[in-house]
Design a protein. Sequence first.
Length: 116
Amino acid sequence: QVQLVESGGGLVQPGGSLRLSCAASGSIFSANVMGWYRQAPGKERELVATIGNSGRTNYANSVKGRFTISRDNAKNTVYLQMNSLKLEDTAVYFCNRATAARTDYWGHGTQVTVSS
């Protein structure tokens, strides 16, 4: 069964931190480069961080130095530690394979709102 369940979002003040989690089914997670995406209102979904099965990571310039992606292969779970959050980080955050297409299966995402 294909499944992606994101959690950990919420309301936080600028400069605050959140840790997102994503539980993925094995068919999506195993041996795949996984990624965290986000979609702000009125904008396209963008890929912000990726992690390979060996732990190699890449980040969008907009989050580099503030976000950290990690994975637990034993739990089929991907994490996104977000620090020094900014207003412009407000979005719905999703996880999926780093090569996921718009027409692929997507979870519901988790809302992150940065507001003072």
